[in-house]
Ligand binder design. Structure first.
Ligand code: NAP
Length: 241
């Protein structure tokens, strides 16, 4: 049975991705940080839809030692994952001049350092098995920029660049690395944002649903996506155009 680790799967895009991969028959390693009850209901939904029983795991991506240790334990106990979706992320809305060190460190620590702490042990395992799929969730903010989100855009731009370089390193080993770059997606991250003001920027004139991102991620994890690597795929209603 195929296995997939999805970080930040307790809600939003990660939860939708866990559901999509569970429905495709993957045993999902369902990661969360704090919201255990939410993670358990995602696991129950996967089971209810006929998917394999997920394995729940919690760690805080800001803590590199804890994250690396937890990832090593997963690999030892469950074997090698076929796919890893590095989705968990946070955003602090603050003007750059007013941002404090903690806000910068939290955003970079979660979004970018998490890539290292989970990605490095996973890549070692995938190199040994000569196959694997890695999908990194970036943001349209990385390409377009976003006022009030300097740290967030920096972290997401760095992730896309890191993923592209990693794709070049591991391509000959049968491992693909791709980036999904969502636009405005209806999750808790968007709660309180002036969504109506954003819509004129979106050619499709609506926000996206988490499942619409999840379906693209599921494709990139599949055997059918074997010739797709090093790409940044926007799921944004045309926002980039
Ligand atoms: P969300 O609903 O806010 O969910 C965030 C997830 O990340 C939760 O599962 C949360 O776990 C986890 N998480 C947060 N901080 C963490 C930490 N320090 N350690 C471990 N896990 C942590 O977010 P979303 O909107 O689904 O976004 C998912 C990804 O898409 C993010 O990388 C985000 O930047 C990106 N994105 C979102 C949008 C959008 O419009 N929604 C647009 C572009 C890109 P707990 O809840 O268990 O704490």
């Amino acid at each position: 049975m195929k296995q997939a680790l999805v970080t930040g799967a307790s809600r939003g895009i990660g939860a939708a991705t866990a559901l999509a991969l569970g429905a495709a028959g993957y045993r999902v390693w369902l990661h969360y940080r704090r919201q255990e009850a939410a993670a358990r209901s995602v696991a129950a939904a996967i089971l209810g839809a006929g998917g394999p029983e997920p394995h729940l795991v919690s760690f805080d991506l800001r803590d590199r030692q804890q994250t690396e240790a937890a990832t090593h334990t997963l690999l030892q106990e469950l074997g090698n994952p076929d796919a890893v979706v590095l989705n968990a992320g946070i955003s602090h809305n603050q003007l750059f001049a007013l941002m404090d060190d903690t806000q910068w460190d939290e955003v970079i620590g979660t979004n970018l350092n998490g890539f290292l702490a989970v990605g490095r042990p996973v890549v070692k395992a995938m190199v040994r098995q000569r196959r694997g799929r890695i999908v990194v969730v970036s943001s349209v903010a990385a390409q377009r920029g976003s006022a009030g989100q300097v740290a967030y855009a920096a972290s997401k731009g760095a992730l896309a660049s890191a993923a592209r370089s990693l794709a070049l390193e591991v391509a000959r080993l049968g491992i693909t690395v791709n980036v999904v770059s969502p636009g405005f997606i209806e999750t808790e991250m968007l709660a309180g944002a002036p969504v109506q003001a954003y819509l004129p920027l979106v050619p499709l004139r609506r926000v996206g649903q988490p499942s619409e991102v999840a379906h693209v991620i599921r494709y990139l994890c599949s055997d059918e996506a074997a010739f797709v690597t090093g790409q940044v795929i926007g799921v944004n209603g045309g926002l980039w155009m």
